[in-house]
Ligand binder design. Structure first.
Ligand SMILES: *[C@@H]1O[C@H](CO)[C@@H](O)[C@H](O)[C@H]1NC(C)=O
Ligand SMILES: *[C@@H]1O[C@H](CO)[C@@H](O)[C@H](O)[C@H]1NC(C)=O
Ligand SMILES: *[C@@H]1O[C@H](CO)[C@@H](O)[C@H](O)[C@H]1NC(C)=O
Length: 507
């Protein structure tokens, strides 16, 4: 049983606000549409009841006192490929007392390192301190169950509150300059409106973006964008005071089974001998050498948009393909634009980061392009591949902000597919990462999970739009969770991408 990161605990004191004279900030300036309301309902998380403030660490979920047991009952003690394996998880607090309510964020996988095999489990919350992890049995041989408590339910309460109260805790800045006068101002999607603002709301997409108005310069003199500091002192950590009592595992009752919902999603695939195999989707091919990849990409233009997890794909392709030459455009190191060409095979691969809120080093403000606007420039067609990944920089805002960004991208994708139905669109989902306390506050896996559900729902059922399920591919792999997954996982992701671009001839 693993704990990914220290528990987040609230103290009684009101969080210290990074901005003095803080005013109410409303990041969702519009009324909710029916779709937005439905999406918010679909990701509603179990509320932790009766949380006394301050939350005392001793009553929060403690992996050291929590246990799981593999259920033999159903399988009669043995399993066959094609069966399901279930593990019953009981969560206890630091004093060893069983938790009476749900809402903990758990992930689970079944794996065997010698076989290079792994699959993500589906975790069901029984809302009473018990959870079930369900795994399909997909390979013959050994397997080990691993359950990870990403956050105790109490931490989820804090994370949710932080997005309401401190949506601007990741700070952005812009430099304004005219002649010898220069000023640096704070910018964000939502700012307390207690001083004049420059309004950079995008006219095509309606995406809001504001900076405080410089004192001596006008709003047109903005020249750059970069990430500032991240407010850290929003809450206090309490110290561990665990009492060493073991939690008695109570055996499973029948009604627990009955509460299991049957329609939870199947895993997208699994690893076997280190290679990703899709379940219920297209066959994944191995593109093991440069010539196989180049052959697949011949005559293609691949447009990549998004965050650094998309840039990794660009970097991977330009590393493994010796004939794909990166052109030095003197771009910013993180945001691009980047371009790589193989003129002999007529391959062009491009990367451009998404618009604010992009957490980047200094980038020219005229290079901040919204993905949907970029898509509006594409003619599209059977030689065009669009790939994007937009998730990691939206964690600090209310989900509505992310929903609206995706709605505008979806509209652009639909227009693109209407004018050029042969265009292939591939979306890389979010993934789990290594979490320190600081990272959790701005980029917790719980934020990613919530947004990931929205992303999948938003693009579900669109023809010629495919997913690379980075979430499952990172969770199922034996390598540690990482915002930027290590090369073996990236190689598998690229195999999935290339399998969409170059599907097998007979199926
Ligand atoms: C947290 O709360 C406890 C109990 O109210 C208090 O004793 C402690 O000083 C607080 N910690 C901080 C850093 O404010
Ligand atoms: C934000 O503004 C919208 C539209 O005016 C309103 O419907 C919503 O309730 C507001 N949210 C909060 C937290 O005040
Ligand atoms: C910002 O500009 C947009 C587009 O012109 C407008 O709809 C919106 O009301 C403006 N917001 C503020 C706070 O001025």
């Amino acid at each position: 049983f693993h704990l990914l990161r220290p528990s987040i605990n609230e103290n009684k004191t009101t969080p210290t606000t990074p901005v003095s004279n803080r005013q109410h900030i409303n990041c969702s300036h519009q009324q909710l549409s029916p779709e937005e309301r439905r999406l918010l309902d679909s990701i509603a998380w179990t509320k932790t009841p009766h949380v006394p403030v301050p939350v005392s660490l001793s009553t929060t979920s403690d992996p050291a006192h929590s246990t799981f047991t593999i259920l033999l009952v159903r399988a009669g003690g043995q399993w066959h490929v094609g069966d399901e394996l279930e593990a019953l998880i009981q969560i206890c607090d630091f004093q060893g007392r069983p938790k009476q309510f749900g809402g903990d964020f758990l992930v689970a996988r079944l794996h065997d390192q010698t076989l290079g095999a792994g699959v993500a489990g589906r975790v069901v919350d029984h809302l009473n301190g018990y959870y079930t992890a369900v795994f399909p049995l997909l390979w013959e041989g050994q397997a080990q169950v691993e359950v990870t408590l990403v956050h105790p339910s109490e931490a989820i309460t804090v994370l949710r509150r932080l997005n309401m109260e401190h949506p601007d805790r990741v700070e952005y800045k812009s430099v304004f300059r005219s002649g010898s006068v220069s000023e640096t101002m704070v910018c964000n999607i939502c700012l307390p409106q207690n001083q004049p603002l420059c309004n950079y709301t995008d006219l095509h997409t309606g995406e809001p973006w504001f900076c405080y108005k410089p004192r001596n310069l006008n709003c047109e003199t903005r020249i750059s964008h970069y990430k500032g500091r991240v407010s850290q002192n929003l809450m206090d950590k309490e110290e561990t005071d665990g009492i060493d009592k073991t939690c008695v595992l109570v055996f499973l009752n029948h009604w627990l089974y009955k509460k299991m919902v049957l329609d939870f999603p199947e895993p997208a695939g699994y690893y076997y001998q280190g290679a990703w195999r899709a379940l219920g989707g297209a066959t994944v091919h191995q593109f093991n050498d440069a010539s196989a990849i180049s052959q697949c990409l011949t005559d293609k233009v691949v447009h990549m948009y998004g965050d650094s997890t998309m840039r990794q794909w660009f970097e991977h392709l330009s590393r493994v393909l010796p004939d794909l030459k990166v052109i030095n455009l003197h771009s910013s190191t993180q945001c691009g634009p980047f371009m790589a060409v193989d003129t002999a095979r007529n391959i062009l691969v491009k990367f451009h980061c998404h618009a604010p809120p992009i957490r980047s080093y200094t980038v020219s403000s005229i290079k901040l392009g919204y993905v949907s606007n970029e898509l509006n420039w594409l003619v599209g067609g059977s030689n065009t591949v669009v790939v994007f990944s937009i998730w990691a920089h939206f964690g600090t805002y209310p989900v509505e902000v992310y929903i609206r960004r995706l709605q505008s991208i979806r509209r652009a994708v639909q227009r693109l597919l209407d004018r050029a139905p042969e265009t292939l669109v591939v979306i890389r989902t979010g993934n789990l990462k290594a979490l320190t306390l600081d990272v959790a506050l701005s980029n917790s896996d719980w934020y990613s999970l919530q947004r990931d559900k929205v992303l999948r729902d938003m693009f579900k059922g669109l023809k010629n739009v495919h997913l690379v399920d980075a979430w499952d591919m990172v969770l199922a792999h034996h390598l540690p969770h990482d915002l930027h997954p290590p090369p073996p996982i990236i190689k598998n992701m690229i195999d999935v991408l290339l399998s969409y671009i170059c599907p097998p001839k007979n199926g």
